[in-house]
Design a protein around this ligand. Structure first.
Ligand SMILES: *Cc1c(COP(=O)(O)O)cnc(C)c1O
Length: 377
């Protein structure tokens, strides 16, 4: 069994994807052009925001947002301690300091109460100025924006929604990647909507920021690429990826998103009588299920369990094995100082199970039976 079966997905859409690739190659227009423009329009419409700016990957998308807000030295950006490295890496990359905040044990997303406590502490210490919050929609579930948005407003902080895993999720019927002042996503192949290489996108309703984002993404361009009015990056989504993504976005919207929710529900139903903690989707939320992540009983030998599953042909992954504040890159910096007991606990107990829109009920049963047996022994 594949962890995320991109081979199977390709077989389903092979005629459409091959045609999309052929069209781009025939026109030999590989940068920009109609597929990129059309895709940006479709993405903005799907998410429900005014502007979509495509770029080279989800990490650049986050960094471009911070550059647009002129965040840098002396500024603090609050980031969940339990996330992929990019969410915090970009803060350091622009010269600011990421401060990590603990997460909720059941949703895996940033804990609003701890977020507010941490902001208050930074303000009272006076060494740094808190400027923004990165709220990650981890594993496909939108962050707790009902609580996070008022906190950002109260303290005058910008909200950057890292929807790299959240694209397709919803809260109160509103699309993920529409909650941030600027929001971002990634089209890395294994994300909810993936391309055939790297890709990313940035979303905002703000006209001025949209213009700045387009400039920063293309060498700080002014009136043209050869008129450079600020120091930017070279971060574009190439035309081939945009053409492939148009096919994939349609499939995602038409049935994949619905189907992956059914597969996830199957897991949850079958695991209900086990000693494993299954992921929750609170009322009013809809997940895009970037991952299906369970928690094993404390003290379980996770590595040996993962190995035994592998022997039965079942791939399982550990997302994430280390709290952000304990990553070697932050050693000795202010970012290494954090009190995040929930993150420390779940980093030792989480296990993500194989999941995609094409998994059959029999495959889910096979995984569940294997893991039930192994987690008891
Ligand atoms: C994948 C991911 C990113 C980065 O996206 P890339 O396209 O790989 O650069 C950022 N944040 C989170 C939460 C991610 O999962």
């Amino acid at each position: 069994m594949e962890y995320r079966d991109l081979k199977k997905q390709y077989q389903v859409f092979k005629p459409d994807i091959d045609k999309a690739i052929e069209d781009v190659c025939t026109k030999a227009s590989f940068i920009g052009g109609t597929p990129v423009k059309e895709l940006e329009k479709q993405l903005a419409e799907f998410v429900g925001v005014k502007h979509c700016i495509s770029c080279a990957n989800g990490t650049d998308a986050l960094q471009l947002a911070l550059m647009t807000w002129n965040i840098g030295k002396g500024d603090v950006v609050l980031v969940p301690d339990f996330t992929y490295f990019s969410s915090g890496e970009v803060v350091s990359a622009v010269g600011a300091t990421p401060i990590f905040v603990d997460v909720d044990k059941r949703t895996y997303n940033i804990d609003p109460k701890k977020l507010e406590e941490t902001i208050a502490k930074i303000k009272s210490e006076g060494k740094f100025t808190p400027k923004a919050v990165v709220a990650v929609d981890l594993f496909g579930l939108p962050a707790d924006f009902d609580k996070i948005i008022p906190i950002c407003q109260k303290y005058g902080l910008k909200l950057l929604e890292d929807g790299a895993q959240g694209f397709g999720g919803r809260l109160h019927g509103k699309g993920a990647c529409s909650f941030g002042d600027i929001s971002t996503t990634s089209f890395f192949p294994a994300k909810p909507v993936g391309c055939y290489g790297d890709g990313g996108a940035i979303f905002t309703d703000n006209d001025d920021w949209a213009e700045l984002l387009r400039s920063y993404a293309v060498h700080g361009k002014g009136s043209s690429k050869y008129d450079n009015i600020r120091i930017g990056m070279n971060s574009r989504l190439d035309t081939l990826q945009a053409a492939i993504l148009q096919v994939k976005l349609k499939a995602f919207r038409d049935f994949e998103l619905d189907r992956i929710n059914k597969v996830a529900k199957k897991y949850t139903d079958l695991l209900a009588d086990s000693n494993l903690i299954t992921p929750i989707v609170p009322d009013e939320y809809y997940s895009s299920w970037a991952q299906y992540t369970i928690q094993l009983p404390k003290g379980t030998d996770r590595i040996s369990l993962q190995k035994k599953l592998k022997e039965q042909g079942i791939p399982a992954m550990i997302y994430y094995i280390k709290p952000m504040h304990k990553q070697g890159a932050f050693e000795g910096t202010d970012s290494a100082i954090a009190y995040c007991p929930v993150t420390e606990e779940i980093c030792d107990t989480v296990l993500s199970l194989p999941l995609d829109a094409y998994k059959t009920d029999d495959e889910i049963k096979l995984v569940v039976n294997a893991i039930k047996k192994l987690s008891k022994s």
